[in-house]
Design a protein around this ligand. Structure first.
Ligand code: AMP
Length: 117
């Protein structure tokens, strides 16, 4: 059996986290090292390692995550302007190999800049 990811441990309650929202398919937690005044992670319960590992079978789940991003941004009051980041692979900055979407808000990003900082 493959090793549980950090996020699976959080989902299972084995590691504490600041859980803001959850439903049957995903959870939303505060990022432990925020890169913006609002920085949360939307994490599917299913441990897909990277976005590029998702398959046709994950189509509905991926759609659900995107809709949740909008819903969560509204709940956090940042829906007017926020950035969504998915790091895919080590060189792209991915450190936890369990798909997650970063929502960054309450920050003005430089026009044309794609980094999280
Ligand atoms: P990434 O670099 O895209 O894989 O993002 C992983 C994110 O998880 C980083 O922004 C980390 O700050 C965050 N992170 C790591 N450990 C925890 C934790 N225990 N609770 C909440 N966020 C975490």
């Amino acid at each position: 059996m493959s090793e549980e990811t950090l996020f699976t441990k959080i989902i299972n309650g084995d590691i504490p986290a600041d859980v803001l929202f959850e439903d049957e398919q995903c959870i939303c937690i505060k990022d432990i090292h925020p890169q913006a005044p609002t920085h949360v992670l939307v994490i599917p319960r299913k441990p897909i390692p990277r976005l590029s590992d998702a398959s046709e079978a994950d189509k509905a789940l991926l759609g659900h995550l995107m809709l949740q991003v909008g819903e969560i941004a509204r709940k956090l009051g940042v829906d007017d302007a926020f950035r969504v980041v998915i790091n895919n692979g080590e060189s792209a900055g991915q450190t936890v190999f369990h798909l997650h979407l970063h929502i960054l808000g309450n920050k003005t990003f430089d026009e044309g800049s794609l980094g999280m900082h």
